[in-house]
Design a protein around this ligand. Structure first.
Ligand SMILES: Nc1nc2c(ncn2[C@@H]2O[C@H](COP(=O)(O)OP(=O)(O)OP(=O)(O)O)[C@@H](O)[C@H]2O)c(=O)[nH]1
Ligand SMILES: [Mg+2]
Length: 273
């Protein structure tokens, strides 16, 4: 049995654990869309769940969402390695809908031929906050799924018909079991970097921003219009703390507050990489 689970508090109104709902969606889906964050697809993949889908002989489509936050002209092709049917999408900039629909129609035709199904179910799975519900709204051309920057917003599975015989299944965001209560710092930082954990619940935002700044130095410096000589986040905290007047007693910069604001900007998709 695949070991997955949602955060312990995430149940739907019938108190079905998220992991069960997602496994059920995989069981009934002919095609599964895994929604990834285009800024960091590797960090938002779900290898155990992908394996579960493949074992059941179902098709996978990897949607690289929030493509408006990356530069597609210079996108590193190595980031696409190992992905299944990768498609860049952006709900905000309305990118990728045609390509995804064409792909779904091809895969649906195949599934109908093999399984003789009348109706094709398309499951939508991914980390919290990657944009699953927004994708459902995009595909449905109407606001049917509630989407917001609040994590864990979708609590239960939701079915949406998007065309003759094509049914989408939106699911709550999911983490793998070993990650649902992460003790190790690396996993925690990764969740914060991809927005699966919220900026306002983070105790050490400076640590996360350090990593983000190392990885996306140019993007941060462009967005905040400042530079540091050695790519040192501490220096950035001081510059921004002065600009935003985030000071503690005796005029000391409140680095935690500055870092938390920067993490918020990052998670809310203000900083394009
Ligand atoms: N920049 C950008 N932001 C997006 C895009 N799609 C979704 N978002 C934003 O990402 C946040 C999360 O979107 P949702 O659609 O609620 O994400 P979700 O995966 O359904 O989240 P949960 O149900 O909480 O797991 C919202 O603030 C959206 O506005 C996109 O293509 N580009
Ligand atoms: Mg949702």
């Amino acid at each position: 049995m695949t070991r997955i689970s949602g955060p312990p508090e995430t149940h739907n109104r019938h108190r079905v654990p998220v992991a069960k709902q997602v496994l059920e969606v995989i069981r009934v889906s002919d095609i599964v869309i895994f929604v990834l964050d285009a800024r960091n697809p590797g960090a938002t993949r779900q290898p155990l769940l992908e394996q579960e889908v493949l074992t059941q002989g179902r098709e996978i489509v990897h949607v690289l969402n929030k493509a408006d936050l990356v530069d597609l002209r210079t996108y590193d092709p190595a980031l696409l390695e190992g992905l299944h049917n990768p498609i860049f999408m952006s709900y905000t900039k309305k990118i990728g809908l045609g390509k995804l629909m064409t792909k779904l129609k091809i895969l649906a035709k195949k599934a109908k031929k093999v399984n003789n199904f009348e109706r094709i179910h398309v499951g939508i799975i991914g980390y919290p906050n990657v944009g699953k519900s927004s994708l459902v709204n995009f595909l449905a051309h109407r606001h049917v799924a509630t989407a917001s920057h609040e994590r864990g917003l979708t609590k239960g599975m939701q079915k949406v018909r998007i065309g003759p015989g094509l049914l989408l299944l939106d699911t709550p965001g999911i983490l793998q079991a070993s990650e649902s209560n992460p003790d190790d710092v690396t996993t925690k930082v990764r969740h914060l970097m991809v927005g699966a954990e919220s900026w306002d619940r983070c105790r050490d935002p400076d640590m996360v921003v350090h990593r983000l700044y190392q990885k996306h130095r140019e993007a941060f410096e462009r967005f905040y219009a400042c530079t540091t000589e050695e790519g040192d986040a501490e220096v950035l905290f001081v510059q921004l703390g002065q600009r935003w007047n985030m000071v503690k007693q005796k005029g000391k910069i409140d680095e935690i507050r500055v870092a938390r604001q920067m993490l918020r900007d990052w998670q809310e998709g203000k900083i394009k990489v």
